[in-house]
Design a protein around this ligand. Structure first.
Ligand SMILES: Nc1ncnc2c1ncn2[C@@H]1O[C@H](COP(=O)(O)OP(=O)(O)OP(=O)(O)O)[C@@H](O)[C@H]1O
Ligand SMILES: [Mg+2]
Length: 355
């Protein structure tokens, strides 16, 4: 039998039309049942809850839920956590996050919720999107990537209406809700160039994020944490930095990649890392793929050392040191563009880790 105080409180909340309280009370009921080992009833309560939207407009309206999908791209997570090279605090945070969700029933039985608002920050190509994917993979959750092209309308109020539908949909099912380039939405509200519309969107976004149930894990990624509104920062329970890797990390990454090659090059990973300068992980991965392509297309005539040397020479001719901004042959990598437009080094853009 369920606790009488919770039942009374549930009825009161329902009569008052207070959906937030209905949800909170029903969650407490489910947790209570689970603590008593009544897993079947707890599951049924939670399933019933998952089908209910928080916002009055969308309550019981399946058409709204369907249109909430319009601004979502669902991707199948493939990356695994153990494939990523992560800093210690990030690795530990990932482990905790996965555990909190895998054992959410234990937390709920004690009146606690798993953390579910995560901010990832750092220069391009160092694993933010991959991290979100890997969390989804570890928890076997779908990953929903928010599409701003669909979300942001040209008319006043349109964006908020779409945001509302998006969140109404996202809260119906356990998932990772991924906001890439979050600074596009969560910008500093004091920015004098922003219109009132953007400010309203940001306020609305924050309210929506606050109201999400804990089974919807919001992961927001940004290259420019410094552009984020402080109120936005505060919302995130986990704030993780993905700084640009140093030579040692790149060497470790290369060594891991080269383990899978049929032939090992005679140059050490450390030496290759040194010659690559300061690439992102994504750039280092592309470099490795280029070497592999050369070897494969060489049909046995091009050895791994020759291919590596050729690619290193192409690389060295292509990428110049920071001072070479004015050079004609400098290739603009995303990391370089980011650094140039902000006039600071990548590592400085990374916030502290809140792990
Ligand atoms: N920490 C890492 N460990 C291993 N591989 C990585 C790591 N970071 C990036 N990579 C490789 O680089 C690719 C691109 O990384 P990812 O898309 O996760 O970067 P990002 O930080 O989201 O970049 P952006 O800011 O441009 O969106 C990944 O698919 C992976 O192959
Ligand atoms: Mg990304």
């Amino acid at each position: 039998m369920a606790r009488s105080d919770l039942l009374v409180s549930l009825v009161r909340a329902a009569v008052a039309g207070d959906r937030a309280r209905v949800r909170a009370t029903a969650e407490a009921l489910a947790a209570d049942e689970r603590a008593k080992n009544h897993h079947l009833l707890a599951d049924r309560l939670q399933q019933a809850l998952a089908a209910v939207s928080l916002s009055n407009a969308a309550f019981g309206n399946t058409a709204t839920a369907a249109s909430g999908k319009e601004a979502i791209l669902e991707i199948t997570p493939r990356t695994r956590l153990d494939e990523l090279l992560l800093t210690l605090p990030v690795r530990e945070a990932a482990r905790q996050l996965v555990e909190e969700h895998a054992r959410a029933d234990v937390l709920r039985a004690h009146g606690l919720e798993p953390r579910h608002r995560v901010l990832l920050s750092g220069p391009p190509g160092n694993g933010k999107t991959s991290f979100a994917e890997a969390i989804a993979e570890a928890l076997a959750l779908p990953m929903f990537v928010v599409r701003y092209d669909v979300l942001v309308g040209s008319y006043l109020g349109e964006t908020n209406a779409r945001l509302r539908r998006l969140f109404d949909y996202a809260r119906t099912t356990p998932c990772i809700l991924f906001f890439d380039e979050f600074d596009a939405l969560g910008k500093e509200r004091g920015d004098i160039h922003e219109t009132g519309e953007i400010k309203r969107v940001v306020s609305f976004l924050l309210v929506q994020i606050d109201q999400l149930p804990s089974w919807t894990i919001v992961v927001a990624a940004t290259n420019h944490a410094e552009l984020l509104d402080r109120a936005v920062w505060r919302r995130f329970q986990l704030r993780l930095a993905f700084p640009a890797p140093g030579p040692a990390e790149i060497a470790a990454f290369l060594a891991k990649q080269m383990e899978r090659w049929p032939q090992r090059p005679s140059l050490s990973p450390e030496r290759i890392a040194q010659r690559l300068g300061a690439p992102s992980y994504a750039e280092a991965r592309d470099f490795c793929l280029d070497v592999r392509r050369r070897v494969v297309l060489g049909l046995g005539e091009v050895g791994v050392d020759a291919a590596l040397e050729a690619e290193l020479r192409t690389w060295e001719a292509r990428v110049r040191p920071e001072s070479g901004d004015g050079g004609g042959t400098v290739v603009s990598t995303p990391a370089r563009r980011a650094r140039r437009s902000h006039g600071k080094k990548e590592s400085e853009a990374a916030p502290d880790t809140g792990a």
